[in-house]
Write a protein that binds this ligand. Structure first.
Ligand SMILES: [Zn+2]
Length: 429
């Protein structure tokens, strides 16, 4: 753990060298926080048109796409015009990778590699302004909770690195006042436990933070802790409950992806606000379609990220005071299917079953669905169920699957090994 003044100096020195535009972008975001919605949407529209014009000039892939669709970015009048551009998928970014990249001499770019649940690695170059804007958006999210990025933090990220790389990662982490948990071996756990009371924020995979919360016990003092932030995975109600009990703080969520940037961050009032200055989010048939406004080196335009979302359309104002549009829900991966005897069901059904149980009966359960043959589904549950809970769960399942899928229940034994995202549905068909 570094003394605060030193951590701060190191942070800004590093930022000046690596991300010279970070501070200006952060200042802009802190100002736009109080803009009314019309002004935010106007800013968003201008940034979007500028990106599309840039992509037309410098990206062979998008130039071709726009030409085929008869889309002229310079003539855009509103964000509605975006609908004239065909959707882009991950396969497009992989297959036409070099043509998607813009042929523009950026002064500095960073390489980014990202593997999704499908396992294919997407590599691309990120220009400095893009990288900095993303960091600035994250910093703003932290600021809502009284956290500064150089505050002492523990990072729950599932990589089991080779010893030499581990050492290097540890060193880089310590310069950023961060401690990272690599595994859940008893030795590693003892080290984390000793550091937890000094942490100002905890962040990383939601399921790993949940595992930690379960082990913490009641005696520890977390008065320094200001933020517990889960990311990359759905936050189940059971996670929120356990985290609140263990740390005395609600679990906040952040939604984003490497190619998409920071999409939304949860405010102190518990709402997920879209980062309107950096992304355009459309909802098409319940799925997110995203345009990343900073992605000049590798434009991400009308991109199907593959998550189910629901935008808040109530028009209600958030008590935190920000006018940024809210996301009502992020409900996991789109496209995965549970196969019945006669029909197919989106894996989202499973999420809905447990959500209903939570809202109707207050049941908080941690689960995983596994399918190895059509018409049968195994649901593994971490908690021991009472007869009553069993009955309610069966009834809820029957509402969706009727007789089409026979369901077996078992206990979820596997402990999260910290190596990968916890998946809520696994199909082996
Ligand atoms: Zn809010």
């Amino acid at each position: 753990m570094l003394p605060n003044y030193l951590a701060r100096i190191l942070f800004w020195t590093g930022a000046r060298l690596r991300n010279p535009s970070l501070y200006d972008r952060y200042r802009l975001l802190k100002q736009s926080e109080s803009w009314p919605l019309e002004r935010l949407l106007d800013y968003q529209f201008q940034a979007c048109r500028a990106l599309l014009v840039f992509a037309q000039c410098y990206s062979p892939f998008y130039r071709g796409r726009f030409r085929e669709a008869g889309f002229e970015p310079g003539r855009m009048n509103s964000l509605e015009d975006l609908k004239g551009i065909p959707l882009t998928g991950k396969q497009d970014l992989l297959k036409y990778n070099s043509d998607v990249h813009t042929q523009y001499p950026f002064r500095r770019t960073f390489r980014s590699d990202t593997s999704g649940t499908t396992g294919e690695v997407l590599s691309f170059r990120k220009n400095e302004a893009w990288d900095s804007a993303n960091r600035a958006a994250l910093m703003r999210g932290y600021s809502w909770h009284g956290v500064r990025p150089w505050d002492y933090n523990i990072y729950f990220w599932g990589y089991d690195l080779a010893p030499r790389r581990r050492l290097r990662t540890r060193l880089l982490d310590s310069l950023q006042n961060r401690y990272r948990i690599f595994s859940y071996s008893e030795k590693d756990w003892q080290k984390v436990r000793a550091r937890l009371p000094r942490a100002v924020f905890l962040h990383g995979y939601s399921s790993m933070i949940y595992e930690t919360a379960k082990r913490v016990g009641v005696s520890a003092d977390f008065s320094r802790l200001k933020l517990v932030k889960g990311t990359s995975e759905q936050i189940l109600p059971v996670y929120r409950k356990e985290v609140e009990q263990a740390f005395g703080r609600p679990m906040r969520s952040e939604y984003g992806a490497a190619e998409a940037g920071l999409i939304a961050f949860e405010c102190p009032a518990g709402n997920l606000h879209l980062q309107l200055e950096g992304v355009v989010v459309e909802e098409e048939e319940g799925e997110i379609v995203l345009t990343n406004l900073l992605s000049h080196s590798f434009p991400i335009i009308r991109y199907r990220l593959g998550d189910h979302i629901t935008l808040d359309r109530s028009g209600a104002a958030c008590s935190c005071g920000m006018a940024h549009t809210m996301l009502e829900e992020v409900a996991g991966r789109a496209g995965e299917m549970i196969v019945g005897k006669t029909r197919r069901y989106p894996a989202l059904v499973l999420y809905n079953i447990f959500k209903n149980l939570y809202f109707r009966a207050g049941e908080v359960l941690s689960y995983q669905g596994i399918q190895t043959e059509p018409g049968r589904l195994t649901i593994a549950i971490e908690q021991e169920l009472t007869a009553d809970q069993h009955r309610r769960l069966r009834a809820e399942c029957a509402k969706y699957f009727r007789q089409d899928v026979s369901i077996e229940f078992c206990r979820l034994e596997e402990r999260h090994d910290g190596r990968a995202k916890r998946r809520y549905f696994i199909s082996k068909i």
